[in-house]
Design a protein. Structure first.
Length: 540
């Protein structure tokens, strides 16, 4: 809801950042580095958003992403800010039924091919053609992520790196981008060009978001090699950034929900009625929220009004990307039990039949039909299983193991269940179904070893992050047109908004998104705010 009178303010700031996820933390850290004394406003008790760790009965669990990906962005950012975070190797395993392979190098693509051949021997030629495409995409990704991202270079200090690495890379990159663009079609139609075996298609693609671009989905055997895990849990990353901000003159104000913006007067207010004025605003929270709060009539310039109204219209009805349902299990089994089966980051599918066999998501069905479908869905899903203690033994009590087990899950189905009045029963039912599936497949004896279990759903994520539809990676690929920049060559303009003195950062700016994009757009947004302030001050 927008109120018109926000002229009296209780505090004045050169730059305010709204949203304390990784994008907001990155932006604020770079503003603090520039000695601007930024203010970061975050609605939750602590920062981090979808990157967090928490303690429960002596177990440390990751509440968001299960590992971090460098992509030429994370490590250069840490190096530039001189943040010391110890990482351990985050080796990925892939498993179907009783077969498991470990991804240790690009050579494991052949093992992946052998795994698919053993599951679908009737489709060996088709699998060979698909794997050829995976190998081709792997080479493209190697070009894309082979250098430090230029946004994190100091061109005076890094002149040698610029000449020896960046300039030759630009030529390779320019040659590669058009090839990647040709692979921008959704992964399932792409795979259907090579095979009609629906189970095979499911096995390759079902753990990706709906309509994920082919180049992105089929590059993951390469991207997995880029993963690493922070000692102490993923929550160490936002913790270190927060410490840096406070040590360098920035202020983090938690439990602060922004409820109003007068962008014409450059004033915002929180739910307690406290007001803040700004010269520059970086919006690193849910993007729909920004445009719900901004009134175009606060501006007299007709072009500005029109641009903001157009952006509001562009966002209307647009969907957030898929979300996840996650079960946290404390297990009375030694980590060695699990290390004999997989690494600490494990993508596991209990059945080769494929998720299509479960039928359409029953978002319009009654409770009985939904329960029946959930049983099929649990037996056929692909699970991302994170085992923190296999990467850092201190994250579970001695002789015990914590598991974080996620599957893609439709936000609207979770909302339907809540509206039907059996949301808590649904969470307990899902835990039972999941434990039963894993007990009779990869983890025999699991059911009798449970110390505790609890569940997070897409509704939990929506409540904690305020992300549209509980999305975990920005906009859904099913949006047409996509309400975010998705051209590789335009990423530096992805943080622009039509609102004067406001730039955006985070997963809503660019698609596909994730941790590296959030960090990168946070840095770009900070650079733009710093530049805008310098221009303004030089004109005074």
């Amino acid at each position: 809801m927008h109120t018109q009178n926000l002229s009296e303010t209780s505090s004045k700031h050169e730059v305010i950042v709204v949203g304390g996820g990784i994008a907001g933390l990155t932006a604020t850290a770079y503003l603090a580095r520039a000695k601007l004394k930024p203010l970061l406003l975050e609605k939750e008790e602590k920062c981090g958003g979808l990157i967090s760790s928490f303690e429960h009965e002596g177990f440390i669990y990751d509440g968001g992403i299960r590992a971090t990906e460098n992509s030429g962005i994370l490590l250069p950012m840490l190096d530039q800010l001189k943040l010391n975070i110890e990482f351990t190797k985050n080796e990925i395993s892939l498993g179907v039924e009783d077969q498991v392979i470990r991804i240790q190098s690009e050579e494991n693509i052949t093992e992946y091919q052998n795994l698919l051949n053993s599951l679908y021997p009737e489709s060996r030629e088709e699998i060979s053609e698909i794997v050829d495409q995976i190998k081709k995409i792997t080479k493209y990704m190697e070009v894309q992520y082979s250098i430090k991202n230029p946004a994190f270079l100091d061109f005076k200090e890094d002149r040698k790196y610029l000449m020896k690495k960046i300039l030759p890379w630009i030529i390779r990159y320019a040659y590669t981008v058009p090839k990647i663009s040709k692979l921008n079609m959704p992964v399932i139609p792409f795979l259907e060009k090579y095979t009609k075996n629906q189970s095979l298609i499911d096995m390759i693609a079902q753990h990706f978001f709906r309509d994920t671009p082919a180049y992105f989905a089929l590059s993951y055997l390469k991207i997995y090699l880029d993963y690493r895990y922070p000692i102490g849990g993923t929550g160490v990353l936002p913790q270190k950034l927060a410490e840096y901000i406070q040590e360098n003159g920035g202020t983090i104000q938690n439990n602060t929900l922004v409820t109003d913006i007068d962008a014409g007067k450059r004033v915002l207010a929180d739910s307690e009625g406290k007001k803040y004025d700004y010269e520059q605003l970086i919006w690193a929270a849910d993007l729909k929220s920004l445009y719900n709060l901004v009134d175009p009539d606060a501006f007299t310039d007709p072009k500005t009004k029109q641009a903001i109204n157009q952006r509001k219209q562009d966002l209307k009805g647009k969907l957030g990307n898929d979300s996840v349902i996650t079960v946290y299990l404390g297990v009375n089994k030694d980590p060695n039990y699990f290390s004999q089966k997989s690494t600490g980051h494990f993508f596991y599918t209990p059945s080769r039949l494929g998720i299509t066999s479960a039928g359409e998501t029953p978002t319009n069905a009654d409770g009985s039909a939904i329960r029946e479908w959930l049983g099929k869905f649990a037996a056929l899903s692909t699970y991302e299983i994170s085992i923190p203690a296999l990467r850092d033994p201190s994250l579970a009590p001695p002789g015990k193991t914590g598991l974080v087990i996620s599957a893609l899950f439709d936000f609207h189905l979770a909302k339907k269940i809540q509206n039907q009045g059996w949301y808590e029963d649904f969470k307990h039912l899902w835990e039972k179904l999941l434990i039963d599936v894993l007990d009779r497949s990869i983890y025999p004896g699991l059911k009798d070893s449970i110390i505790h279990s609890f569940t997070s759903t897409p509704l939990s994520i929506e409540k904690r992050t305020a992300n549209t539809h509980g999305a975990i990676t920005g906009w859904a690929f099913t949006n047409h047109p996509m309400p975010a920049e998705n051209r590789l060559t335009k990423i530096f303009s992805s943080t622009n908004t039509p609102i004067p003195n406001v730039v955006q950062a985070g997963q809503w700016c660019y698609s596909p998104s994730g941790l590296p994009i959030s960090i990168l757009t946070g840095k770009i947004a900070a650079d733009k705010a710093i530049s805008n302030l310098k221009k303004k001050h030089s004109q005074v």
